[in-house]
Design a protein around this ligand. Structure first.
Ligand SMILES: [Zn+2]
Length: 294
């Protein structure tokens, strides 16, 4: 029975392992503990985000999508190797999976790979993985072609090793989503650089060394960032609206409806427009006064 690490313990473990951490504003209290259990924890799960290079996945993983409320993981591992923390509690990432896999992870009783999963979200024999796994979402298209930068893969190894070390677990406590659910393929990449057996070998190598170890072949870790960053970037409102509510609105002849975030963006745009208009008016009044002194 392993109690989950606290937010402070997560940060400490990652930094000790040489990970460049960004604490996203509000991450410590961003969780889904109100809908279900968080813990006991048994392992770490790696994912890919299915996002293009041009997009930060941090906002989406913090807040979720229209159909899937956030947080969608504990940390986002960006292509530059930085790890952005978005939750320290229950997160929507593992979903349903195979109890045989959970047992094999819990006991670390498997060879190169856990037993093949026969379950997925909603299948009759599935168990919920969200109470039991830390999750890292790693930015990648997940099409098997999008390359994984070496610095990002190194961060995946280090972030996983950090949490395993803090719990005194071995490398077999780290699995990929594809090993948990027979519906999933993540993390997926070319040249097998993110194959779970390969990653577990590197994690085991790390765990055999002190946390501050840097292997000779490792890429240089990214430069330190400000400890807390408000990197919630504007996202495509329409892509993340509630699809069901929107479809109903369109069917009823009311057109598309934005979600709460969409309203916020619209309001922000209107206010920005008003501020600019007032500044313009003020300048013109001042100009008129200068020309016609009273
Ligand atoms: Zn996944």
């Amino acid at each position: 029975m392993a109690a989950p690490l606290t937010a402070d313990q997560i940060v400490r473990a990652l930094r000790d392992e040489g990970v460049t951490v960004v604490e996203v504003r509000g991450w410590r209290t961003n969780n889904r503990n109100h809908v279900g259990k968080w813990g006991p924890v048994h392992g770490v799960m790696l994912h890919h985000t299915v996002t293009p290079k041009s997009m930060s996945a941090v906002s989406m993983c913090f807040g979720g999508t229209g159909d899937l409320p956030g947080p969608l993981c504990h940390g986002v591992i960006r292509r530059d190797g930085t790890v952005h923390l978005v939750s320290a509690g229950r997160a929507n990432h593992a979903g349903g999976g195979d109890p045989d896999v959970l047992a094999a992870v819990k006991n670390e009783s498997y060879g190169t790979r856990p037993p093949a999963s026969n379950e997925h979200q909603g299948s009759a024999g599935a168990v919920d993985g969200n109470p039991h796994f830390y999750g890292f979402e790693c930015e990648n298209l997940g099409d098997g072609k999008d390359p994984w930068p070496a610095v990002q893969v190194e961060a995946m190894v280090r972030a996983s090793a950090a949490l395993l070390r803090a719990h005194q677990w071995g490398e077999k406590s780290a699995i990929g989503h594809l090993e948990w659910s027979d519906w999933k393929s993540d993390p997926k990449g070319p040249d097998n650089v993110v194959s779970m057996p390969g990653l577990r070998t590197r994690i085991a190598d790390r765990l055999a060394h002190p946390a501050n170890w840097t292997p000779g072949t490792a890429p240089k870790p990214p430069a330190p960032k400000p400890p807390v960053e408000d990197d919630m970037q504007p996202i495509d409102v329409w892509a993340y609206r509630n699809a069901k509510a929107d479809a109903a609105s369109v069917a009823a002849g009311h057109g598309h409806i934005p979600d709460a975030y969409g309203h916020l963006v619209q309001t922000h745009q209107m206010v920005a427009g008003l501020v600019a208009a007032v500044a313009n008016l003020t300048a013109r009044v001042a100009d008129l006064e200068a020309r016609n002194p009273s």
